[in-house]
Design a protein around this ligand. Sequence first.
Ligand SMILES: [Zn+2]
Length: 299
Amino acid sequence: MITAVALTGLALLAAGPASSSLAHGDWTRRYPRAGVATWFSLAILILTSLVGAGLSLTSESAAPTASGAIGSLMSSLSGPRPLAHLDFVGAVGLSIAFNVLAASFVIVLLTALRLRSERAHHRRILAVVGQHVEGRTVLVEYPEPLAYFVPGHGGRIVMSTGMTQSFDIDEVAAVLAHEEGHRRGHHSSLVLPFHSLGVHFRWLPFARHASGCVAELIEFVADDRAIQTSGRESLLRALLAMVTTTTAAPSCALGVGGSKIGDRIERLSSPTPVRHWQLTSQLGVLGIAALCAGVLWCG
Ligand SMILES: [Zn+2]
């Protein structure tokens, strides 16, 4: 029981105060790739802690490890009476572990299938109304400057005539480099688990923080790639020209508008000062929590 309580405490710590603190951490804006990796680490810590807490309840030992409980369960399954050693608490623990894993898998699968269908539908519309200009880039007749990336089947980079007519060649190249960054970085796959959480568990602070933060950090990662190929000034001019665009990209695509463009402009205009104590303390707490989870899992 003590292992289950400790692992549940770790999961609550990671899902509550730790995720809230990370969401307000400025350093992730400077190092967005590390920020995304930290959100993944936090999600894995929560998932493994909850599953481990459930599994440890299935053990008859007073202070079991989760891996030891798995060993007991596996040997029980090969015996004449599988799971017969479980009492009521053990059965509840096994049910918790199974349901947490199954729910995680199912919500990601359902969201992936829905997005796949919406993206296929959007690509069919683009095939009719758009004009292929180069490679995967599709030009769409639309008065406002707009660009976004539609993942799937190699992906489509969509840009509007409002953008090509009002932007200079360097600004168009910067926007295309940003969208290409989404394609090459497989950003839709990185965002998917957090987007799924945000859709199905919006009431959970972790899900709310993680879905919004990872989506924003992915934009920063693509911006950094665009800067490498097209320069900061070109990208900044393009974003400033798009800030008044009232049309948002389709929900199935990777694209942002409105206030999110404002955040990108702010980041490019004035490099975020990194508060190293914040970075060190957040990664330190995460490291200690991961170490504790490892000890509780493996002994
Ligand atoms: Zn983007």
